[in-house]
Ligand binder design. Structure first.
Ligand code: KG4
Length: 367
C-alpha cells in the first residue's frame, strides 16, 4: 500500500510517499527557516502564505519521485499552527477526492515517534517491525513538544510525562536568541557545545538547574513529577547569569571558532552548560520512565532528537536499562511527510468521511 503524506503544521512544507508504512519512496521538504529568521521565530501568517505558495510543487515532486499509484492520502491535522495546518489539510482533502482514495488524518507528535521505523527504498530496515517493539516508551522532543509516551501496543498512546512550559527546542531557541546566536538555535548550540567539550571544557560546566518540577504543583495535572520537566527556571538562570556577567556578550571579547561559529570561550562554556542541563533533565526523566515498565524499546523522535549530546546520554541510559534505543535517521528528525504517510498505514482511527470532516486541531492531544 502506497500512501502520500502531507505535513504543514509549522514551518516546513513537506510531502512524501511511503510503501507499507516504512519504505520511503520519495521525501520532499521545503523549509521556510530563512523566511522566519529575521523575526527570531516562526510567524504563523508568513508560514501559511509560504505553504500555499509551495504545497503544489512539493506534493507534485513527491508524487513524481515515487512514480507509482497512491492508495491513500495522509495529512497532519494537529497539533500545530492553525493557519499552517489548514493549508495541508485542504490540499489533502482536495487531492484525496480528486484521486478517489481514502484520506487519513494524523497526529503530528505520534508521527514523530514513527520516524525510527522509516527506511529508504533500496536499504535494509535497521529497526524491527513497530509491532515487535511494544510495549515501547516514546519521547517526542522538538520545537513544540517534549513528551514521554507509553505505547502498550503499536498505534496506542498514553502521555506519562511532559514539559510543563517550554519544549526543549524552544528552550534551545530562546537561549540562542539571548546569546545572540540567531534563530533557530538548537543546531548551533549542539555544534558549539561539542567543540567546547572536545577541548576538554566539560569539567568546568556551570551547574544550571535540571528542570525537575516540585511534587504536587498544579501544572503537573496528575502526571508524576519524576516524569515531567520545566525549562522556565533554566531560562531564568541563564538570563541571570548573563546579567551578572556583563562582559560575557561584550563585542570586545576575543572570539574563537567553536564548531564553525565564532564565539568567546566564555560564551561556549555557557552554551555547553545550558545544553548539558537540558540533556541531563531529559536523561533523568527517561531513566525514571524506563524503570516503570518492562519496555522492549525506547523510541526517540523530533527535531531536538538530532542533538548529539542528547543522543549520547540517552544511549547511556538505555544501555544501563538494557532497552534498545531506536532513533530516526537525521533527515527524518525534523518535520517531514514520510512520518505522516508511514504512521497512516498503522493508525487508521480517523479515516475516510471522518477525516474529510476533520478540522485543523492546533492543540490536538496524543492518544
Ligand atoms: O521537529 P522540528 O523540526 O519542528 C517541530 O515540530 O517543532 O524541531 C525543530 C526544533 C527547533 O527548536 C530546533 O532548534 C531544534 O529542533 N533542533 C535542535 C537540533 N537541531 C534542531 N535542537 C538541539 N540540537 C540539535 N542538533
Amino acid at each position: 500500500m502506497q500512501i502520500l503524506g502531507i505535513e504543514t503544521s509549522c514551518d516546513e512544507t513537506a510531502a512524501a510517499v511511503v510503501r507499507d508504512g516504512r519504505e520511503v519512496l520519495s521525501n520532499v521538504v521545503y523549509t521556510q527557516i530563512p523566511l522566519h529568521q529575521p523575526y527570531g521565530g516562526v510567524v504563523p501568517e508568513i508560514a501559511s502564505r509560504a505553504h500555499v505558495e509551495k504545497i503544489s510543487q512539493v506534493v507534485g515532486n513527491a508524487l513524481s519521485g515515487a512514480g507509482g499509484k497512491i492508495d491513500a492520502v495522509a495529512v497532519t491535522y494537529g497539533p500545530g499552527l492553525s493557519p499552517a495546518l489548514i493549508v495541508g489539510l485542504n490540499a489533502a482533502k482536495g487531492l484525496a477526492k480528486a484521486l478517489g482514495v481514502q484520506l487519513v488524518a494524523i497526529n503530528h507528535i505520534e508521527a514523530h515517534l514513527h520516524t525510527p521505523f522509516l527506511y529508504d527504498s533500496g536499504e535494509m530496515p535497521k529497526a524491527p517491525a513497530p509491532e515487535d517493539c511494544c510495549p515501547a516508551l516514546g519521547l517526542a522532543v522538538s520545537g513544540g513538544n517534549t513528551v514521554w509516551i507509553d505505547m502498550p501496543e503499536y498505534g496506542k498512546y498514553e502521555v506519562i510525562g511532559e514539559t510543563l512550559d517550554d519544549a526543549a527546542g524552544e528552550a534551545f531557541d530562546k537561549a540562542a536568541k539571548l546569546l545572540g546566536l540567531g534563530y533557530p538555535g538548537g543546531l548551533k548550540i549542539d555544534r558549539i557545545s561539542a567543540a567546547y567539550r572536545e577541548r576538554g571544557g566539560s569539567a568546568a560546566l556551570i551547574p544550571f538547574p535540571k528542570g525537575r518540577p516540585r511534587e504536587g504543583v498544579t501544572a503537573l495535572a496528575g502526571l508524576p513529577a519524576e516524569l515531567c520537566v520545566s525549562f522556565s527556571g533554566l531560562k531564568t538562570a541563564l538570563l541571570r547569569h548573563v546579567q551578572q556577567n556583563p562582559d560575557l556578550l561584550s563585542p570586545k571579547a576575543e572570539k574563537e571558532d567553536f564548531g564553525g561559529y565564532m564565539v568567546s570561550p566564555a560564551v561556549a562554556r555557557v552554551v555547553a552548560s545550558y545544553q548539558e542541563a537540558i540533556a541531563q533533565a531529559i536523561a533523568d526523566r527517561t531513566r525514571a520512565a524506563l524503570r516503570r515498565r518492562d519496555y522492549r524499546a525506547f523510541v526517540l523522535g523530533g527535531g531536538v532528537s538530532l542533538n548529539s549530546r542528547i543522543r549520547a546520554v540517552l544511549g547511556e541510559v538505555c544501555t544501563a536499562a538494557h532497552v534498545p534505543l531506536l532513533m530516526a535517521k537525521p533527515k527524518y528528525t525534523g518535520d517531514n511527510g514520510a512520518m505522516i504517510a508511514g504512521l497512516a498505514y498503522y493508525r487508521r482511527n480517523l479515516v475516510g468521511d471522518e477525516a474529510m470532516c476533520a478540522d485543523a486541531s492546533p492543540s490536538l492531544q496524543v492518544g
